[in-house]
Design a protein around this ligand. Structure first.
Ligand code: IPM
Ligand code: MG
Length: 350
């Protein structure tokens, strides 16, 4: 019996997670689903975006599936109590350092991309974003007041050899099962961490992965290449901040951020954290307009990477593809299906 903890969170989170529950109920018998408040919803109830109890349940589960966090009503909460702080704490406490963000263009949606079909048809990029280090967590950080009364804001970008190596390893291993190419992105031309990143990835490649094609690319150039010729990429490995930015950019190439899942993985045997890439979309929350596919595909990744059910993951992937081929579209994809109707369309394919 496996355990999945769902954290519906804020905004459209609860409604998209509801569709995952329906699908999980149809697909798998021996799965216990736990649920806890998270993000702003947890802050309102318990005064913190992530309770110690919810964290303990997360660490004891086989996988954790999050809906979305954040919203304007918590913008003025103390910084360490904001929904986003709960997410960062969860990622760090779970030790999920490798964030897999596939950017796949479903054939039925190639016309919805912001690029012409010929640039994105067949697109299949796997981002491996470092998730528990870098400028998101580096110390010192803060805003201090200077002698003249003006202020200074500080963030610290910091990476160690082992942090770079372990995420690099994930990228090379993944590439071997794909098109065998890794593009490593940093700013080695201006940043010390970028220089170290390049050195460590180069050495790791020479030592253990010489059979994989490795290419280094400056992150700004990668941003350009993603819109110029996205089909050149297979696996892209990069740090926390560049990964945040480049994966959003790539999402737009696929025809919709409402479709993209992610998996955050730590050391083997530890629970993975699964999240749709989209945010909490407070403007449409509670109206049944949200696209549940990113959450459904995040569950698909959980089946594959944490729950040991590749067979069911393949079935679910097939059902999503079939629903899209059938013309199922929520509003973000130019259609008129409600969140639940999109869930129905996937259920039909199962
Ligand atoms: C993401 C989000 C988060 C991040 C926010 C919500 C903290 O943008 O998962 O990409 O910056 O990592
Ligand atoms: Mg982001």
């Amino acid at each position: 019996m496996s355990t999945l903890l769902v954290l519906p969170g804020d905004g459209i989170g609860p409604e998209v997670i509801e569709q995952v529950r329906r699908i999980a109920g149809r697909l798998i018998n021996d799965l216990t689903i736990e649920e806890r408040a998270f993000g702003g919803t947890s802050f309102d109830q318990f005064g913190t975006p992530l309770t110690e109890e919810a964290l303990a349940v997360a660490l004891g589960s086989d996988a954790v599936l999050m809906g979305a966090v954040g919203g304007p009503q918590w913008a003025s909460a103390p910084r360490d109590k904001r929904p986003e702080a709960g997410l960062l704490r969860l990622r760090q406490a779970m030790g999920v350092y490798a964030n897999l963000r596939p950017a796949i263009c479903f054939d039925a949606l190639a016309n919805a991309s912001s690029l012409k079909r010929e640039f994105v048809a067949g697109l299949d990029i796997m981002f491996v974003r470092e998730l528990t280090g870098g400028v998101y967590f580096g110390q010192p950080r803060g805003i201090e007041t200077l002698a003249d009364g003006s202020k200074r804001g500080i963030d610290t970008q910091v990476y160690t050899t082992s942090e770079i190596e372990r995420v690099g390893r994930v990228a090379f291993e993944l590439a071997r099962g794909r098109r065998n190419k890794v593009t490593s992105c940093e700013k080695a031309n201006v940043m010390e961490t970028g220089l170290l990143w390049r050195e460590v990835i180069t050495a790791l490649h020479a030592r253990d992965y010489a059979d994989v094609t490795l290419e280094h690319m400056l992150a700004d150039n990668a941003a350009m290449q993603l819109v110029k010729n996205p089909l050149q990429f297979d696996v892209i490995v990069t740090d926390n901040l560049f990964g945040d930015i480049l994966s959003d950019e790539a999402a737009m190439l696929t025809g919709g951020i409402g479709l993209l899942p992610s998996a955050a993985l730590g050391d083997p045997g530890k629970p993975g954290l699964y999240e749709p890439i989209h945010g909490s979309a407070p403007d449409i929350a509670g109206q049944g307009l949200a696209n549940p596919l990113a959450a459904i595909l995040s569950f698909e990744m959980a089946l594959r990477w944490s729950l040991g059910r590749t067979d069911l993951a393949d079935r679910l992937q097939g059902a999503v593809t079939a629903a899209l081929d059938d013309g199922a579209r929520t509003r973000d994809l130019g259609g008129s299906l409600t969140t639940a109707q999109m869930g129905d369309a996937v259920l039909k394919g199962l």
